[in-house]
Design a binder for this molecule. Sequence first.
Ligand code: GRF
Length: 202
Amino acid sequence: MTGNRGNSTGKNLGVLISGRGSNLQSILDAVAAGRLAATVAVVISNRADAAGLARAADAGVETLVLDHRGQTREQYDAQLIDALRARAVDVVCLAGFMRVLSAGFIEAFRDRILNIHPSLLPAFPGVDAQRQAWEHGVKLAGATVHLVDESLDGGPIVRQEAIEVRAEDTAESLAARILEIEHRLYPAAIGDVVRGGWRLEG
Ligand code: GRF
């Protein structure tokens, strides 16, 4: 597949993954279809067995495995920063990247790091958010794209979309419907950020 070089904003994305990479796929597809004006410059995984690496390779995007084991968080994040800067990455997109970022990393890409989280933040931060929401018995669930700051899943919200929880939902069916939202929401939110014309208030 080709088409991951079309880019009218001139912005380079670096996507960080640890696993399946379905959100990465939605970004690659949006770029290829011309719905997201940016280039995916590199996909970095901390795990060599992340299925998302093959998705990037299929799209003709450079992949890099940086194993975090045996390093401090600061050492690892310094490697990440170097790799992203070497590819002139403007915006870092976390897409199922299962690591907490150091203060140094957040500072290096201040207000240029995005994350997608499968809940209506600030409700249900942390792992297994869809199950947390389902077990709590919420009537509305959803997904959030936010800028990453030093708080856990707590930075400024870029986009959010809600769905109703159905009586017959299981934690799994709810997670599957939230994932459908995620795949629309993330490319759209990345588009908002790379187009610019926004500022943070408050
Ligand atoms: C998604 O549910 C995302 O919201 C969360 O991690 C999951 C990653 O899935 N941060 P995938 O690897 O993009 O398929």
